[in-house]
Design a binder for this molecule. Structure first.
Ligand code: NAD
Length: 477
């Protein structure tokens, strides 16, 4: 392991533009387990962005002409290459993102697997009318060049899903990872060089300004973004001036609703897995639990036991199961939300404040005694803190969830599947689940609604989102 950490310290990380490895300006990359800089990453200049867009435009017709099967073959080869460099990519992922090395390995494996699964989809033309004098055909073309902007919570995975979704359909792409976690994605640019034609996948880096420059660049045909709701709204506004399609995967405040007959153990396991692991930095995590008043203590106590079982520390240390929060701004936000919860009368059954050590460590925290109206219940915390809120009227819970701004996912925990299904149907969320919480499956569409976004990710729906529909009518001569 140490040789990978040493290599990461010595390497020069570069952008990939038109098959060239380039960089002019650099900025620091912070290790969240220490709060100090450990590397530098390029910041794309305006000329480099122009070059990336021009390369993608040049490469696009040839890439589209290869056809679905050859594109899929090359993408599968890319997935294999990612697997071969798994240890290196996982080490970078842990260094920049903070999560334990074993979890980074899982993210890298999942990245390769999603590329394989997504590249098996095909979108076919369809004959709509076939009459002696007239045929009408529905034809699907790639949009052209996609701008992809990714966040820091799952840098490789979230960026590469955008890449495969666009590329399999015959688009080319310029991908920008978050400036907080750029290194593993920059390495994917290098890895792609031996496999994909020049200019098909361009990887640039930089922060808010680079992202804004991409969104305002006239050379793109679509913007695919994952990140916060305010940034998503800014991107939608800029894109409106071009009438350019966007897919926006934004924030969420997922609720888990326990019915009186639901399995507390299953709910607690899912809440810990999504709401504590990776410090709760998942878009679709259990971010609040609604339980009947009589069950609040049982849920909270078992969740607190799960919370106390986590071992916090540097993601390379043996036995560590929880790394730091990824960045200082997010850490400060979580600290402030927990202080507000305490001021609102929240009772902390585990955790409750940051660790007194360098880095952005915050222990998994379970809070009771809060109601809707408290920030921790109403807002997206994006940290390892879960409120357990009591209820006595399930209809009021559904109304409260529907009244909130987000609509990403929700789960219902019950042994009465008919009752669970009825509640699922009343929740205004893109994905509802009964007895599990938002386990992603790339063959299943992931709809984005309300302030959780716009469009659909994954599956054929996601791929169609990178294509344009054309209707061709032919009259007999
Ligand atoms: P962010 O909006 O701060 O940044 C995301 C990306 O956008 C970064 O690459 C950043 O450089 C870039 N960016 C920032 N300002 C920009 C601008 N004005 N124009 C263009 N690009 C800009 O988000 P974040 O804090 O990195 O991500 C966390 C958020 O992402 C959370 O709210 C989380 O719920 C959400 N998320 C959603 C999903 C989903 O599928 N819905 C998945 C993962 C994360």
């Amino acid at each position: 392991m140490q040789h990978l950490i040493d290599r990461a310290a010595q390497e020069t990380f570069l952008q990939t533009i038109d098959g060239e490895r380039v960089a002019t300006l650099f900025e620091d990359v912070i290790d969240p387990s220490t709060g100090t800089a450990f590397q530098r990453a390029p910041v794309a200049t305006a000329a480099e962005l122009d070059a990336a867009v021009a390369a993608a435009r040049r490469a696009q017709p040839g890439w589209a002409a290869l056809g679905w099967d050859e594109r899929a073959r090359q993408l599968q080869a890319f997935a294999d290459a990612i697997d071969r460099e798994s240890a290196w990519l996982s080490a970078l992922h842990t260094l920049e993102q903070g999560m334990p090395f074993g979890q980074s390995e899982l993210f890298v494996r999942t990245t390769a697997e999603r590329i394989r699964v997504m590249s098996r989809f095909r979108v076919s033309d369809r004959i709509l009318i076939d009459e002696p004098a007239r045929t009408v055909v529905e034809r699907w073309h790639p949009l052209g060049v996609v701008a992809a902007i990714a966040p820091w919570n799952g840098p490789l995975l979230l960026g590469m899903v955008k890449v495969v979704t666009a590329l399999i359909a015959g688009n080319t792409i310029v991908l920008k990872p978050s400036e907080l976690t750029p290194l593993s994605t920059l390495e994917l640019g290098r890895i792609s060089l031996r496999i994909l034609p020049l200019g098909v996948l361009n990887v640039i880096s930089g922060g808010r300004e680079t992202g804004a420059a991409m969104v305002g660049h006239p050379g793109f045909d679509k913007v695919s973004f994952t990140g916060s709701t305010p940034t998503g709204i800014a991107i939608a506004k800029t894109s409106a001036a071009f009438l350019r399609p966007v897919t926006l995967e934004l924030g969420g405040n997922d609720a888990a609703i326990l019915l009186p007959d639901g399995s507390i153990d299953d709910l607690v396991a899912a809440a810990a897995m999504t709401g504590f692991s990776n410090c709760g930095q998942y878009c679709a995590a259990i971010k609040r639990i609604y339980a009947p008043f009589a069950l609040v203590d049982a849920v909270a106590e078992r969740l607190a036991a799960a919370a106390n079982a986590y071992v916090l520390g540097n993601g390379f240390a043996p036995g560590v199961t929880l790394g730091p929060i990824q960045n200082k701004a997010q850490y400060d936000k979580v600290c402030a939300i927990v202080e507000d919860a305490r001021a609102d009368g929240g009772v902390m059954l585990s955790g409750g404040g940051p660790l007194d050590r360098p880095g952005y460590f915050f222990p998994p925290t379970v809070v009771t005694g809060l109601a809707d109206g408290s920030r921790l219940v109403d807002e997206e915390q994006f940290g390892p803190v879960i409120p357990v809120v009591g209820y006595d009227d399930i209809d009021a819970v559904v109304d409260r969830i529907n009244a909130g701004p987000y609509g990403l996912t929700a789960s219902i925990w019950t042994s009465d599947l008919t009752a669970g299904d009825a509640i699922a149907g009343r929740l205004v969320v893109g994905s509802a689940a009964i007895n599990r919480h938002a386990a992603f499956d790339p063959t299943v569409p992931f709809p984005l609604i309300k302030q959780s976004g716009m469009g659909v990710d994954y599956a054929e729906h996601g791929i169609r989102g990178t294509m344009r529909l054309q209707v061709v009518t032919t009259m007999s001569a």
